[in-house]
Structure formats: C-alpha cells, structure tokens
Design a binder for this molecule. Sequence first.
Ligand code: SAM
Length: 328
Amino acid sequence: MNEPSIVQHLFDVLDQSASLIEESQSVTYLEALCMTAENIHQDRIVQKDLEKQLGPLYDTFFREGMTAEDVRRAYQLAVLKGMKTGTQLNHQMTPDSIVLFMGYLLSKLLPSDTFSMLDPAAGTCNLLTGMINQSQSETIEGYAVEVDDLLIKVAYNNANLQQRNIEFFHQDSLRPMLIDPVDITVCDVPVGYYPDKENASQFTLSNINGQIYSHFLMIEQGLKYTKEAGYLMYLVPNDLFSQDEGNKLHGFLKDQAVIIGLLQLPASMFKDQRHAKSIMIMQKKGPDVEPPKQALLAELPSFSNERALSEMMTRINDWFHSHWSKQK
Ligand code: SAM
C-alpha cells in the first residue's frame, strides 16, 4: 500500500481528533478543529478524558520535511468538511485555486522584498496564509481582521499551526483599526449590505444607488490602510462597476489609485454566475506612481484546461516583464 501524502496524513490527524472532540465535548466539528489545533500548537491536551487517544495521534503530527503549505492544505480540507453544513456564502473560504493564483500574482508584484500585508476580511485565513506561503519573502508582517466569533478562532489557529507570524484583530474592519498602513492589502470581499448606517456615513462610498454595500466600503477602507504607492489585490464581484450606476467608485478610484489589472476568473468556477468574481489589482496613488501603459486585462481560462492556463501564465509573465519590472 502507498504511504499517504503528508497533506493526507496531516488531514487524517486533524480530522480524527476533531471528530473525537466533537463527540465527547458536544461541540461543532469546526469548534473541535480549533481545539485540536490549539492542543497541537500548545503541546497540551485540554480534554483530559481524551488524553489516551489524542496523545499518540498528535505525536505523529510533525513530520520531517513538512511545510506550512502542507499544514494549510490539510487544515483547509478539515475546514471544508466542517463548513459543509450550512455555511453562509459570505463566510465561505477562498478556494484553493484562487488562493494559489493570487499568491502567484503577489510573487510577481512584490518579488522578494520585506513587506506588510493586511486582510480586512480574513475569514479562515486561508487566503492570507496561502499567499504568504507562496511569497519568496521570508519576512512578511501579516495582519488579519475578522468580525465573526468562530471564524476568527478558525483563522488564528490556522496561522498558529502553520507557525505564521500574523496579528489578529477580532472586530468590524470598517471601524477604525489599530494597524499602521501596510504595503499590500488583500481581500476576498464580503458581498452584500452593511448594517451599520452611522459608521458607513464616514465613507465616501456609503451611498451606491441608495444602498450601503460592504464590498464598496471594503475597497475604500483598504485604500485608507494601505501606504502611498502600496498595492491592493481584491477579489470582487464581476458586476462591481455596473452595480455602481452613479460611477461613484469610478470617480473615487480615479482620485485615489491606479488600476494595474483586472482578471476575470473562469465562469466554470462559479455555480451561479451572479456570484462570479474577478481579481482587481490596484496601486494607491503616491509621488512616483504612474499607471501602467497598458493594464493587465484578461479573462482567465478554466484552471483545468492546462494548455490554455499555461498560455495565460506566459502572457501574464510577459506583461509583468514588459510593463512592470521596467517601471519599477
Ligand atoms: N479569504 C477568506 C478565507 O480564505 O477564508 C474568506 C473571506 S469571506 C469571503 C468574507 C469574510 O468577511 C467573512 O469571513 C466575513 O465574516 C467577513 N466580514 C464581513 N464583514 C466584515 C467586517 N465588516 N469586518 C470584518 N470582517 C467582515
């Protein structure tokens, strides 16, 4: 019989432990997964009645040669299992293929420098840690903000298990944050209405066709917490600009940022085309910021079409080579 892969092995440990804790403590699988991660990270089993079963299981967790990325993938599989039952669309984890693609774009944008990075809607922290894992930089300061009580636990346990240095903030990220402006803000934006009218009134983009939308406010807030000439890489709804009938976003961005690229994700990735998304890359204005001669605009092919995807990557690499590295 073949040895299971490292990711499969790590998932098996997390899954067996979470299932045992779920049953014995009468908690949800996701809560039990958080407890599992905490036990492993702290090297201490809190659930004394399970010590005999969990101890030998955890002893096998760390394997030679395993990476933070192996842990992220295994944890992601366990989170997906835990989310199968009734997770709201807006709480869903950023899928792996998109995480990997955004990580690749990050490695092109900020090849190896030391930088700081914020995700103001961090969810499970799959996107933020996945992008950090793909970067060549050894020294990234990460900041993650999440409003949901359970997801913030899922997120910091994820980062701890990957031994990633990320500071967590459990709050509404549309309220003031104790975070200095960062070099890059990344976000898979929550799409929908923002309920706090009073707080929204502080924003320029608080009224989009008479509505207050989180996805517009997250863009404005991201720009505020990004340094001059810093970057933003956002996963946004395809119809973002057409939702904005009064062109408020358009005017706001023209004032504050330059668009570097807009990459439409393949339609096949979304069951419902109304939820289809694009990756928008922006640079906040600053003294030496010039818009690229030609923005990176593309409709990405299906990620399972290897030939078309490889041609697209060549096109994107060429774009970075001719329009980006020369500009830097
Ligand atoms: N990238 C995340 C991941 O990999 O798990 C998924 C992000 S999910 C699409 C959007 C997240 O934004 C949800 O976890 C939701 O709880 C969070 N959110 C929504 N409104 C927020 C707010 N005002 N402040 C902070 N987080 C918020």
